[in-house]
Design a protein around this ligand. Structure first.
Ligand code: ATP
Ligand code: MG
Length: 397
């Protein structure tokens, strides 16, 4: 079917030659059936990890107790997991017990949604005991078995339903949706890190509006600290937001009284994400003030954040084409960096030998930089010197 699958089939053939069974299972089969680009390929196998380690040269033991190892084959990684069921879930986090089982159908039954509970053998035959194919045709997210039980077992599955609705633009099937409403409060038992991951993915899909509506209608939004106070359901993003800095600067853009720092803290975001959020905020302050992507904006915003800026702008309903505008402005910049200026702070200090050092230096340098960047002052030593005299005459503090 897919050239990526052909290579996985080689791994599966080796497992079969060693006396085991092997299937591609989960997300890759779902993506293949629905005609989407396949991501990572996971393999389910009847053999225990110890046997897999014997068969392949390069094996990384990532989760032996859960039956999972990574097999490297032709520079591609495959998660190979022994057929298993799960039971317990007393802490709502990890199953108390992982039991290895002998057949793929039992393994498929432990999976969350019917679309994720399909397997493919190495001849391309699909094993689909829960009618996942049909669910995909109907564009529906449907729990395997009783949805209430399944969400009770692992409440994170509720957030997975939301993020799949965003990623795939699917609807949650009737009974499964009812169970979301019923079990939403159980989300309180799940760690912030895991919820945060699914929440980010819920914002990152083309179906983000569907996802936000679903969060609101099911009461799951009530379980998401801080986010529930933002009014996001009234002004959902018009397009996907891929990172936390994008999500947070979007929230701030929609409501300037929104407090960024406590939000980031609640959601356990990193310092890096905090810095990126601050940068985006600064860029949007410039954007709002001038109503345009100015050269100064393109200059001060670091290039890796251009995409983020454009996505937030689009999600907030600003004109399309922001990315092109940013790149255009960037290409026209007379300097790329402060150190490209032909005038340095030592030159400035030399002009005013009697003046006490102080904030005026960096203030003046900043003004020079901005004037040069915006094309109002030539990047020429003499011209800048001249400009300084008129802009900041000696004696003016
Ligand atoms: P993605 O493309 O985002 O990776 P995925 O379907 O592969 O989507 P994973 O989180 O990688 O999602 O999980 C792989 C498979 O494991 C799923 O398709 C599903 O069959 C099963 N699975 C994952 N998490 C759960 C869960 N919490 N409960 C039940 N089954 C799960
Ligand atoms: Mg996956």
């Amino acid at each position: 079917p897919d050239p990526l699958f052909e290579q996985a089939f080689e791994v599966m053939r080796k497992i079969e030659e060693a006396g085991g069974e092997a299937y591609i299972a989960g997300g890759a089969v779902r993506d293949y059936v629905s005609g989407r680009a396949v991501g990572d390929i996971d393999i389910a196998s009847s053999l225990p990890p110890s046997r897999i380690q014997e068969i392949f040269e390069k094996v990384i033991p990532v989760g032996i107790e859960h039956g999972t190892v990574i097999v490297r084959h032709r520079s591609v990684s495959y998660e190979v997991t022994t057929f298993r069921t799960e039971s317990g879930y007393e802490d709502y986090r990890h199953p108390d017990e992982v039991t290895f089982v002998s057949d793929i159908r039992t393994d498929l039954a432990r999976r969350d949604f019917t679309m994720n509970a399909m397997a493919m053998d190495r001849h391309g035959k699909i094993i689909d005991p829960f009618n996942g194919k049909e669910a995909i045709q109907l564009q529906q997210i449907e729990a395997v078995g009783d949805p209430c039980d399944r969400f009770q077992e692992d409440p994170l599955r509720m957030m997975r339903a939301v993020r799949f609705s965003s990623q795939l633009c699917f609807e949650v099937a009737g009974k499964t949706k009812e169970a979301l409403v019923q079990q939403a409060p159980l989300l309180a038992n799940i760690s912030m890190e895991r919820i945060a991951d699914e929440t980010r993915k819920a914002f990152a899909g083309n179906g983000v509006r569907k996802a936000v509506e679903l969060l609101d209608k099911t009461g799951l939004l009530q379980q998401l600290p801080s986010l529930n106070e933002t009014g996001i359901q009234r002004t959902p993003p018009l397009g996907p937001l891929k990172t936390w800095p994008e999500i947070v600067s979007f929230l701030w853009l929609k409501d300037p009284s929104f407090s960024v720092s406590p939000f980031l803290k609640t959601w356990k975001r990193s310092n890096q994400e905090k810095r990126e959020t601050d940068q985006l905020k600064e860029a949007f302050t410039l954007f709002t003030a001038s109503g345009d992507v100015t050269r100064w904006l393109a200059y001060t915003l670091s290039e890796p954040l251009y995409r983020s800026f454009a996505r937030v702008a689009e999600a907030a309903g600003s004109a399309l084409g922001t990315m092109e505008r940013l790149v255009n402005q960037k290409n026209q910049l007379p300097i790329k960096d402060r150190k490209d200026l032909s005038f340095e702070s030592v030159d400035l200090i030399a002009m005013f030998p009697d003046k006490k050092k102080g904030p005026w230096i960096s203030k003046t340098m900043k003004a020079i930089e901005r004037h040069v960047v915006e094309g109002m002052l030539e990047n020429d030593y003499e011209k800048i010197k001249e400009w300084v005299i008129t802009w900041n005459p000696p004696g003016n503090n």
